[in-house]
Design a protein around this ligand. Structure first.
Ligand SMILES: [Zn+2]
Length: 428
């Protein structure tokens, strides 16, 4: 079915477009972008006063499939993504079994393709079984469709294993996506070290647990000349390490998650386990540094680290609760509310960090509205306010700290590969 999107405010950072235009899709790819397009046989979507962007690309999600389908699976995760305006995700390999061989990468791809909702790009393991001992067959993973390698959820403790991973990934031209963390410094901590950890009587995690590891990983990548992508940066010193490395020409990119620019460790008050994640929520100065890093281009991408957990895994003592929150259904509105409406980023800059930049990091041709590109398109109302209601989430899990919060920006329609995969109503 052809779709004609009329009169929307089209933002396509890849092509430097930010103006009122029409978009025509032929049922699969984008056929035309311009003024006054007509097509008698197309379904018309009236996008007057709405914003039209490339479908969001989220390069850090956990779909828990195979192995933990009670938290999320590829189908429910895809629906949550579509509801959040996300049309492509890179899913992390810490499943059970972990995605460390061709058959498991194929499993994820096949299940996602059969579901036919969004594009799911698997990330393969760095080490076999995520054990940190022996390298996975990175060439085989890439050939099967992995867009990167990561042991996300845990760091690669051995520096020489990290070096070998970077060398192999470089040969196959995919990024190592590093969960950079020094477990020695974490030392059993469960939240950021600071006033709030003292107040709650919880063991704190020093910021150096992240920045020391980020620095190590950057230095190894620099020596090898390989691409490295640092996942979920949260501290001022990590961001500065990336900033300095970029100045030296290191092939480093990094992402942050919406919770690192919208919340501080104060959210842990009352032993709120929906504010427990890894890396932990940090101080107000770190939030400022994250926003500054987004604004000056040090931080390339916003990714959610969507981490679904069952309520029984969160409804326990703080230090026993599992790490992570879901994020796919709130990322766009958090970006609009906390970055654009506060004047920190333009809407175009925000969209670039949620579409074009992350697409480039994982080497996909998505994240643009170029003619001929796959028709992945998100239509939203940038001015509409809503109160987050976790019971309406499409995700199987509800572990979000944003329930009850008033945010701005409502997704109206999500189109993936030319098909409407989420319809939130609105004008037609
Ligand atoms: Zn991680």
């Amino acid at each position: 079915m052809k779709i004609l999107i009329k009169g929307g405010n089209v933002i396509d950072p890849a092509n430097n477009i930010s103006e009122k235009l029409d978009i025509l899709t032929d049922g699969k790819v984008i056929e035309a972008v311009g003024k006054d397009i007509s097509s008698p046989d197309a379904k018309v979507i009236n996008a007057e006063r709405l914003t039209v962007i490339p479908g969001i690309v989220d390069i850090h999600v956990h779909f828990r499939d195979p192995g933990y389908e009670y938290k999320e699976d590829i189908i429910s995760g895809s629906r949550a993504a579509a509801r959040g305006g996300v049309t492509s995700v890179a899913c992390m390999p810490n499943t059970k079994p972990a995605l460390d061989c061709e058959a498991l990468i194929q499993y994820v791809k096949n299940k996602a393709e059969k579901a036919g909702i969004i594009n799911v790009f698997p990330v393969g393991c760095i080490s076999k079984g995520l054990k940190g001992e022996e390298l996975a067959e990175i060439g085989e993973l890439k050939a099967a469709g992995a867009v990167g390698v990561s042991d996300d959820g845990r760091p690669v403790i051995s520096s020489i294993l990290m070096r070998r991973a970077l060398e192999y990934a470089n040969m196959f031209d995919i990024p190592v996506m590093s969960h950079s963390e020094d477990l020695g410094l974490v030392d059993g901590g469960s939240m950021n070290e600071g006033y709030m950890s003292t107040y709650l009587g919880l063991r704190g995690i020093p910021k150096a647990a992240e920045s020391v590891a980020v620095t190590r990983d950057i230095l190894i990548a620099e020596e090898v000349g390989a691409k490295i992508h640092i996942c979920h940066v949260s501290t001022a010193n990590s961001i500065d390490a990336v900033r300095q490395a970029k100045k030296r020409g290191v092939r480093v990119t990094c992402e942050t998650a919406p919770h690192y620019f919208s919340l501080t460790d104060a959210a842990c008050d009352g032993f709120n386990t929906n504010a427990k994640m890894n890396p932990p929520l940090r101080s107000a100065e770190d939030v400022e540094a994250v926003i500054a890093g987004l604004a000056d281009g040090t931080i390339d991408a916003i990714a959610t680290d969507h981490a679904p957990h069952h309520i029984d895994e969160k409804n326990v003592e703080f230090d026993k609760a599992l790490n992570g929150i879901i994020g796919l259904e709130t990322s766009l509105s958090l970006g609009i509310t906390k970055l654009v409406n506060t004047g920190k980023l333009t809407l175009c800059e925000l969209i670039k960090k949620m579409t074009y930049n992350p697409a480039k990091i994982i080497g996909t041709d998505r994240g643009t509205l170029s003619v001929g590109a796959p028709a992945d398109i998100t239509i939203f109302d940038a001015a509409e306010e809503y109160v987050v209601d976790v019971s309406k989430f499409a995700s199987k899990s509800k572990n979000s700290p944003y329930g009850g919060m008033k945010l701005c920006g409502v997704v109206k329609k999500t189109i993936a590969n030319g098909k409407i995969v989420y319809d939130g109503g609105g004008k037609e």
